[in-house]
Design a protein around this ligand. Structure first.
Ligand SMILES: Nc1nc2c(c(=O)[nH]1)N[C@H]1C(S)=C(S)[C@@H](COP(=O)(O)O)O[C@H]1N2
Ligand SMILES: [Mo]
Length: 244
């Protein structure tokens, strides 16, 4: 497969390190951050693993929260057509901008894991999320050196009429449990939970897990995006770093 070969070549050209197991996974970060020493996943970029639950723990009716689903004619057309026309854009400070259909996102290795979602408002729910790892999708676009963050541009409108957005730094984006979720509890995501693609980062509070993602932009700074604090809720006073 073309993409797999491409990923392998990114790994090879990024640095001259041993391409053994774990290090290989973070090669694109080394490249993006211009780091000379190999990074160790256990020390940087993970901040621990989120607990994985069993199928029996899963909340079959996963609560929904936040703004209403997008109600644009474009989004409604995608819903009606089973999202066949939708593409997830990955661009910004990258060598290879991408636009992935859902079928292409499903061609990435899929992670399916039951993890707990913790909302800052004081509720939790366990869902079995499935999708492509964020790090694989970002790596496929080949972030440039100097890149620091990934910004998730969403399709829903907030209270002030702006589009919801969120961001992670590249270390967080590389966390092995962070997925661009396509499925919840064995079914394609429904519109209420962020279809067709939503971020699921189980190591961070719920507001970081952006729903209805349209575009992932790789940037050096968050200053010029939205209110400059890295997310809609951050622009309204929440912490940008929401690790749990
Ligand atoms: N685009 C978008 N993403 C969003 C939100 C939102 O309003 N819009 N709400 C956030 C909050 S506060 C939570 S708790 C979760 C809720 O996800 P759920 O509806 O699947 O439970 O989505 C997060 N992601
Ligand atoms: Mo939340």
């Amino acid at each position: 497969m073309k993409r797999v070969l491409f990923l392998a070549s990114v790994g090879l050209s990024g640095c001259g390190y041993h391409l053994g197991n774990k290090l290989n996974d973070t090669t694109w970060i080394h490249k993006a951050l211009g780091v000379v020493q190999p990074l160790n996943h256990d020390l940087i970029g993970t901040r621990g693993m989120a607990r994985v639950y069993s199928d029996a723990d899963v909340d079959r009716n996963f609560r929904t929260n936040g703004f209403d689903p997008p109600n644009t004619s474009q989004y409604n057309r995608w819903v009606a057509d089973d999202y066949r026309g939708y593409k997830l854009i990955v661009d910004g400070m990258v060598d290879h901008p991408q636009a992935y259909t859902l079928a292409e996102l499903r061609a990435f290795p899929q992670l399916v894991q039951a993890t707990r979602h913790d909302c800052v408002e004081g509720w939790s729910a366990i869902g079995k999320w499935g999708g492509a790892r964020l790090r694989d999708v970002v790596a496929s676009a080949a972030p440039q050196s100097g890149a620091r963050y990934v910004v998730f541009h969403c399709m829903d409108r907030t209270d002030d009429g702006s589009l919801y957005y969120e961001s992670l730094d590249l270390h967080e984006a590389a966390h092995p449990q962070t997925v661009l979720a396509l499925d919840l509890n064995g079914e394609p995501l429904d519109a209420a939970h962020g279809a067709p693609v939503r971020l699921r980062i189980p190591t961070q509070l719920g507001y970081k897990s952006a729903k209805w993602v349209r575009r992932i932009e790789v940037v050096a700074s968050l200053k010029n995006i939205g209110g400059g604090n890295g997310g809609y809720w951050e622009d309204n006073g929440y912490e940008w770093y929401a690790g749990i």
